[in-house]
Design a protein around this ligand. Structure first.
Ligand SMILES: [Zn+2]
Length: 508
């Protein structure tokens, strides 16, 4: 800190300065005083016409990566060295929750900051409502250059996840590149539809892409010239079923030989293609399937390491997260999208870059709907309507931050039945509305802080939980009304898609 004495007198000069006198000494004092005064004026006040440059924002999402399979979240296997390194350079959110347990509604919430029934993309052919702005639209209007390089099933322009991107490069998911005709024929119609809907008419890349190919495409975009700040979104699909085997990681995670009779989890479109029922899913199968999945996670993490190595973290904010997790029989199912337990909604979330303190860990629950207000604040863009809060507030949380409710919704169709989840403090309540209606609804509660795998329903219903149950019902009733409002009518298949479906035998 400079003292006033040093401003008023040149006699405080260090001893090794040359001793001038007369006009030289006067000029020296004036010059020094000007320099010192300039150093005390804040940069913003010094030149208000030149605001500080806005940082680039890179959003990386990984399909199906559950938080508890990442090293910095306590996993015993070395699956995510690059994510772990990023967490050491930034803020790790230990309790981050997706807004749904399957891709379209979850990424829709991330991109709009709204709960799934509000943004409207709650079924595979239901788009984001036009009235709900996306992150890319808001940043684009504010002068950002926007680009998406995504290997994602729901990339069809009509669904809205690509809305607002100047550059939108979609890849054919790797899982559709595999050619087993018998499996193709037994594949569910819905996934074929996803693929056909998911092929972007603009910038569509015919080749299938795994994490390595996707990274190269993303690096090209990130290294291209731009005189504007840049918002980029990269989505990796590799940990999604089927689970490709990546060596040497698989053998490291599963050193013992694979027992006889273990099904092939590297093929098919759903786990149920290879395992008849959850009762047939043995502990050996689970170890094998998890080692394959972990090898996919490690493979993706290494590609992300290459993506990040070319970035300047002094001018780029990196946000790394997942759209949802993956179940391996913890609650009687495989895959994802069907429930809202921890293995399906707790996701990794790390933010690193300018203004994000290195090595911080936030333990309060946060939601992916928080990312829209967070990114707007990073970019200096005025707030938009949202169900989230800027995560910057979590660095010095208020009592309101600690008491807030974290909501998730799992629906696979436009009807109101589905699953609704509320996390508040130590409690996690799940309200399930079956197709038969509200009269058959069930609610369960877990003490998720102390029962991280949610294996024990909380017995009884103390007053605290009754209040939460009422809150769950209130949220469900509100969402039901919102869901019925127009604006997210199903998108129609274009002529090319219908032709392809006919050629595959799915349509007559
Ligand atoms: Zn997904």
């Amino acid at each position: 800190m400079l003292s006033t004495h040093s401003l008023n007198s040149c006699d405080s000069r260090p001893q090794h300065w040359p001793a001038f006198s007369g006009p030289f000494r006067a000029a020296q004092c004036v010059a020094l005083a000007i320099l010192l005064l300039q150093s005390l004026v804040p940069p913003s006040a010094a030149d208000e016409s030149q605001p500080p440059p806005r940082p680039d924002v890179l959003l990386v999402t990984i399909d199906c990566l559950r938080a508890d399979h990442a090293g910095c979240y306590g996993y015993g296997r070395n699956t995510t060295p690059n994510l772990d390194a990023l967490a050491r350079r930034g803020v790790r959110f230990d309790s981050a929750f997706a807004s749904s347990s399957w891709t379209l509604p979850s990424v829709g919430s991330l991109m709009t900051g709204r709960h799934p029934p509000i943004h409207g993309a709650v079924a595979m052919d239901r788009p984001l409502r036009r009235s709900v702005p996306t992150m890319a639209e808001l940043l684009g209007k504010a002068g950002y250059s926007t680009g998406a390089i995504v290997n994602i099933a729901y990339s069809a322009p009509g669904l809205g996840l690509g809305r607002g991107f100047d550059f939108y490069e979609t890849f054919r998911p790797e899982i559709f590149a595999r050619t087993d005709h018998l499996l193709w024929l037994t594949t569910r119609l819905q996934f074929a539809l996803i693929w056909l809907l998911g092929r972007s008419r603009k910038n569509a890349t015919p080749a299938a892409a795994d994490a390595v190919h996707l990274t190269e495409a993303a690096r090209s975009w990130l290294n291209s010239a731009s005189d504007r700040p840049r918002f980029s979104w990269v989505h990796y699909l590799d940990p999604h079923f089927p689970y490709e085997k990546h060596e040497p990681h698989y053998s490291e995670f599963h050193p013992e030989p694979v027992p006889e009779g273990i099904p092939d989890f590297t093929r098919g479109t759903w786990p149920t293609d290879v395992v008849e029922s959850i009762d047939a899913f043995t502990p050996e199968m689970k170890r094998h399937a998890m080692a394959l999945y972990d090898s996919e996670v490690r493979y993706t993490d290494e590609a992300i390491g290459r993506l990040l190595e070319s970035l300047d973290l002094t001018r780029t904010v990196v946000i790394l997260t997942a759209d949802h997790g993956e179940e391996f029989g913890e609650h009687g199912r495989l895959d994802h999208g069907h429930n809202l337990n921890q293995e399906l909604i707790r996701v990794p979330l790390v933010i690193a870059g300018p203004s994000w303190p290195a090595g911080r860990v936030v333990t309060l629950p946060v939601s992916l709907v928080d990312l829209l207000p967070t990114v707007l604040e990073i970019a200096g863009v005025p707030p938009a309507p949202t169900d989230g809060v800027p995560l910057q507030t979590m660095l010095n949380p208020s009592p309101a931050n600690a008491a807030r409710a974290i909501w998730s919704v799992a629906q696979t169709g436009p009807s109101d039945h589905g699953t609704y989840s509320l996390i508040r403090d130590r409690w996690h309540g799940i309200l399930e509305i079956p197709p038969s209606g509200d009269k058959d609804a069930t609610t369960v509660f877990y003490d998720w802080r102390n029962d991280r795998d949610e294996q024990r329903h909380w017995p009884g219903m103390p007053e605290e939980l009754r209040l939460l149950e009422r809150e769950l019902w209130r949220f469900y009733q509100e969402m039901k009304v919102i869901l019925a409002t127009p604006g997210n009518e199903p998108i129609e298949l274009d002529a090319d898609s219908i032709k392809r479906l006919k050629s595959l035998g799915y349509l007559r």
